[in-house]
Design a protein around this ligand. Structure first.
Ligand code: C2E
Ligand code: MG
Ligand code: MG
Ligand code: MG
Length: 283
């Protein structure tokens, strides 16, 4: 009995510690927004088989003054639970749009054709988010079809006004991508109700793709659905030439992953050249 009680105390202390840790992170993040501790990296999304740059996904990075780099997997949830994701997300969106315009001036036809920004459920629930996207596009001068907003299935399923907001964003001409597809409580029915243009097939289906696994069967089914519904399929987390070759064989034409490129600073995106094309693998 006393052990049980003791456990209970420890559990509560851990919860308190976690809550304290989250609010400390959130407080530091508030400062970070004003003091240039945050920056964006951009991971190439490439066409297969040639490996040429098609677009990029913006991924936020935080260098904490004392703690060093903190990953978005840690601080985005903290920002979501405190609501800080709303101003942070707006900042990210504006940075990415500005960078997209900069690349267009710098690179012309060679600029990324689409810039993808992750948007969290909390942002979508915020009334007037679509209006804010519109304002940012106008302010930065980026054409709406060059922007892709990436949301998870769970965010759209969140109910409330998320789906309305997403439809309003789509009505601006912005493209909509469903992130980590297949990992949430996804229903294929979502593809009918949600204005999706792009489906990002989660890394978990790519990892085992060469092993004749259940995941490979799902990856094959998803490309069929995308072709039938006129959605662009992007395979996430491609790490090896074998995975890329198998995805291509299944009909995938867009991929993202360390095999092609890690998330890069803007200058490195401008200098991107395909190091690995599937052409030279089969040759
Ligand atoms: P995500 O949107 O699914 O992004 C893909 C994540 O997988 C990124 O991690 C990327 O660096 C990583 N990745 C890409 N290719 C590979 C690969 O071949 N192998 C492996 N092992 N990993 C790969 P990152 O940058 O740490 O971001 C993690 C998550 O944090 C993102 O998952 C996204 O949900 C969230 N996130 C990142 N940036 C933002 C942002 O600006 N706003 C919001 N709301 N969320 C963000
Ligand atoms: Mg994403
Ligand atoms: Mg993803
Ligand atoms: Mg993923």
């Amino acid at each position: 009995k006393s052990q049980g009680k003791g456990r209970h105390v420890i559990y509560t202390e851990q919860m308190d510690q976690r809550t304290a840790e989250l609010s400390r992170l959130a407080a530091d993040l508030r400062t970070a927004l004003d003091t240039e501790q945050l920056h964006l990296l951009y991971q190439p999304i490439v066409t297969m088989p040639d490996g040429e740059l098609f677009g990029v996904e913006a991924l936020v990075r935080w260098t904490h003054p004392e703690r060093g780099p903190i990953g978005p997997g840690v601080f985005i949830p903290a920002a979501e639970s405190t609501g800080l994701i709303v101003p942070l997300g707006a900042w990210i969106l504006e940075q990415a749009c500005r960078q997209a315009v900069r690349w267009q001036h710098e690179l012309g036809d060679a600029a990324p054709r689409t810039v993808t920004v992750n948007v969290s459920a909390r942002q979508l629930r915020e009334a007037g988010f679509a209006g804010e996207v519109d304002t940012i596009l106008r302010r930065t001068g980026l054409a709406a079809p060059t922007l892709t907003v990436e949301v998870t299935e769970t965010a759209v399923f969140d109910g409330g006004t998320a789906l309305d907001e997403l439809r309003a964003i789509a009505a601006l001409g912005v493209k909509i991508a469903l992130d980590d597809f297949g990992t949430g409580h996804s229903s294929l029915g979502l593809l009918r109700t949600c204005p999706a243009d792009i489906l990002k097939v989660d890394k978990s289906f790519v990892d085992d793709i060469t092993a004749n696994s259940q995941q490979a069967v799902v990856a094959a089914a998803l490309i069929g659905i995308c072709q039938g519904m006129n959605l662009r399929a992007v395979a996430e987390g491609v790490e090896t030439a074998e995975q890329a070759a198998e995805l291509h064989r299944l009909g995938y034409r867009f991929a993202q992953g360390y095999f092609y490129a890690r998330p890069l600073p803007p200058e490195a995106v401008a200098a991107y050249h395909p190091a690995f094309s599937l052409n030279h693998i089969s040759a």
